[in-house]
Write a protein of this length. Structure first.
Length: 456
């Protein structure tokens, strides 16, 4: 076995240190071999060393200027580093070399939207969708996202279904997939396919699945179990893979819209659909408007530079609104991290210790309003029926339809848009205007009957 093959074998087995050491030997043995640099970049991405990975892929592209994949990877690393202009330039180079590169066309479409060029973004998506159906699960999933975001539900959900079928884990291969047909003798196991927010969004389908089959169990992330184990339609939680057996049928949450025939008009939008825990952390009493604030999410999100406002001072107009009891829903962030305007009567409070999403839900329900970027908190707050204002990303996302200020998934939530990824000040201004109106009105305009939970 040559050094490159050995390095790849180590990487795929999770032996990253051994892979790196083997690649160092390969570079010394063949410094002009582009595959050495490409594999080094691939390993660096695995290690989340995106700046180093970009350098390695750039070296590969210098050695082979027509390597569209290496150039695409330069763009991806630039994207992860928060450099959308450099990412777009690389994606444009990649599709110039390979006009059939579906993933690159989708990526450049996303970048055009991020940079405030919606017409160019739409055109790039048009090109991607006109190309032949991708063969691999990753590209199918990307195409599915584009289709559903554009409202092409039937084709988009079909792509998701096929992508899931290709990618489902080896532990589920012995269990047949549920096809959506009614069968009172079947037990269906719901499995997660994305992040916490995706699970919180799609768990609404559990009741519809339960109406078609004899029993529904769910294999959920442990942090979500205390919150979701009593969702309507779920009979039990699968806590160990050994509980799965060949007599069950499995369905990924992302596949449920197709199996259940979801159209834009039939999205199950009854809110709330997540039951509130009976106990949890308590907030200090106040007569002021209690507002929860989330301005950044986890950096592991590929488009975190777009969805998160890491400099909270860019939301200064919002924070200048007087008479607000701010609750910072960011773990480990102290109250003084938010610069309230001098002389304001507003106050800021750190997030109490939380054990799981059940605690988070109990805290949220004690608030009058949640203002958040696109994180799991946005999905949870809206699913609980709490007035929720969401600073949505500029990258197209299916639950926040392009150009809309409302979501069919969360009809009462308000969406606040930026013209381009760096346009946070405009969002801060718009939120400040709406928050002052909310204070003056005394109730939420969209959910006038909502009252925060009062706990002793």
């Amino acid at each position: 076995m040559n050094l490159l093959d050995l390095a790849k074998q180590h990487r795929k087995a999770g032996r990253l240190a051994e892979s790196a050491a083997t690649l160092q030997q390969a570079v010394m043995a063949a410094p002009m071999d582009p595959e050495v640099w490409f594999q080094g970049g691939t390993l660096a991405i695995k290690l989340k060393e995106f700046a180093f990975a970009r350098t390695l892929f750039e070296m590969c592209a210098r050695l082979v200027p027509t390597d569209a994949q290496a150039i695409y990877n330069v763009g991806y690393c630039s994207f992860r580093l928060g450099d959308p202009e450099a990412a777009l330039a690389a994606y444009e180079r990649a599709v110039a070399i390979d006009p059939g590169f579906v993933r690159a066309h989708i990526a450049r479409g996303q970048l055009h939207y991020i940079l405030g060029h919606p017409d160019e973004g739409r055109d790039a998506f048009d090109v991607a969708l006109a190309l032949p159906r991708p063969a691999n699960a990753g590209d199918l999933e990307l195409r599915a996202l584009v289709r559903v975001t554009r409202g092409e539900f039937a084709d988009g959900w079909a792509d998701f279904d096929e992508s899931w079928a290709q990618a489902r884990s080896q532990s589920l291969e012995s269990i047949g997939a549920w096809d959506g047909r009614p069968d009172p003798d079947v037990t269906v196991c719901l499995t997660v396919d994305g992040g916490f927010g995706d699970t919180l969004l799609f768990i609404r389908y559990a009741a519809q699945v339960r109406a078609r089959v004899g029993r529904v169990v769910a294999a959920l992330e442990p942090a979500l179990v205390p919150l979701l184990e009593h969702v309507e339609g779920i009979d039990a939680i699968v806590r160990d893979p050994s509980e799965l057996h060949s007599g069950m049928r499995v369905a990924g949450l992302w596949t449920l819209p197709r199996k259940l025939g979801t159209t834009r008009e039939s999205i199950p939008s009854a809110i709330p659909y997540i039951p509130l825990p009976t106990d949890g952390p308590r907030l200090a009493p106040t007569d002021r408007l209690r507002v929860g604030l989330v301005w950044f999410g986890g950096r592991d999100c590929a488009h975190d530079f777009d969805r998160s406002c890491h400099d909270v001072t860019r939301l200064a107009p919002l924070l200048a609104v007087d008479g607000v009891d701010w609750h910072l829903l960011q773990p480990g962030v102290p109250p003084d991290a938010v610069p309230l305007a001098p002389g304001t009567q507003s106050t800021a409070h750190a997030l109490p210790p939380v054990r799981h999403f059940g605690d988070t839900a109990f805290i949220l329900r004690q608030l009058d309003l949640v203002i958040t970027v696109d994180t799991a908190v946005a999905n949870l707050s809206a699913a609980l029926g709490i007035p929720t204002w969401i600073m949505i990303p500029t990258i197209p996302e299916f639950r926040w339809p392009i150009g809309a200020d409302r979501s069919p998934w969360y009809p009462a939530a308000r969406l606040f848009r930026r013209a381009h990824t760096r346009d946070w000040s405009a969002v801060g201004d718009a939120l400040a205007v709406q928050l002052r109106e909310r204070l003056a009105a005394g109730v939420d305009a969209d959910l006038p009957g909502y009252r925060r939970l009062l706990v002793p």
